[in-house]
Write a protein of this length. Sequence first.
Length: 376
Amino acid sequence: MKNKRDYYEVLGISKTASEKDIKTAYRKLAMEYHPDRNKAPDAEEKFKEVSEAYEILSDPEKRQKYDKYGHNAFNQNSFSGSAEDIFESFFKDFSFGGDFEGGDPFADIFGAFTGRSSRGSRGETRRKGEDLQTKITISFLESVLGVEKTVNLEKFTVCSHCNGSKADSKSDIRTCSKCNGAGEIRQSMGFFTSVSTCPKCYGKGQEIYKTCHVCRGEGFEKKLVQEKITIPGGVENGQNLVLSGYGRPSLSGGQSGDLYILITVKPHKHFERIPNNNIVLNVPVSVFDIMNEVKLTIPTPYGPTSIKLSNSMNINDPIKLNGYGFPSIKGNGKGMLIVILKPYIPKMSKASQSKIKEVSEQTKDTNYSDWLKEFN
């Protein structure tokens, strides 16, 4: 869609909606527009739109940024998950509570939409490993110019001893005694049959009698490695960078998960970031410098530059220096440095004050008196 609709409008909720309201609205619309159920030409596009709105509004931090800046708060990479991944994650975590052994009577409905079972049975496709998250703190200037950081990371690999089985030996893996290897529990309820994940083997159809002595039943090993992380100029506070393959390994033969690096930008004493990659800087300037039309040195993230003051300038108008703001992550140039002049009167001796008074009287400025006459 070329013009994005308001996320609250997409979900049909108010801006004061609770977390529960957001989940309820998404569940209803996701079921309505899922392409496996709705064959309308625009169903898939609406499904993606609903999923994107839910991803932003269900995250308190992202929602706060959206409420403040709207769609401008996010670049095109902010929508990190596919619509199907969000749908799967939502209903996988959905729990009805305890009347059904193994937990989730919604599992078969979920499978009907996604084309794969959420039960995790032995026949499931290879799944990606779990994603992980870490944090890196950088300075304001580093967020403008970009920086390369050497960081210590935990690198996960499939266990070299059990090869991900979590068992100490092959003889320690046996058929599950509860589901007889089926990976699921079936219960008849009149004309219907409830199918749920086996609570003992979690759908694997197997039990482990002795866990691996190397990974202690985790299925993977970890070691500390040093990696150089390139953080591009223009990165925002709270933005995530992704390091592929540094999450947990898949124990079903899929790809390893990713490591999401949360960037925290320390505030600067004088520079302040504002929307559209712009930076604001308040500059104290003496009224004498304005009168004398001096060349004023202006600090910027890229080094000092200068501007020529004029005694005819309107000091209330900001001075815009193009190309001295944040670079665009998309590579579309740079924002501006917006200079706000803050005039002040320097401290003077009584002799200097007398001279200024004498000059002022000789000038015979009538601007103020003419202005007063306009009220008569």
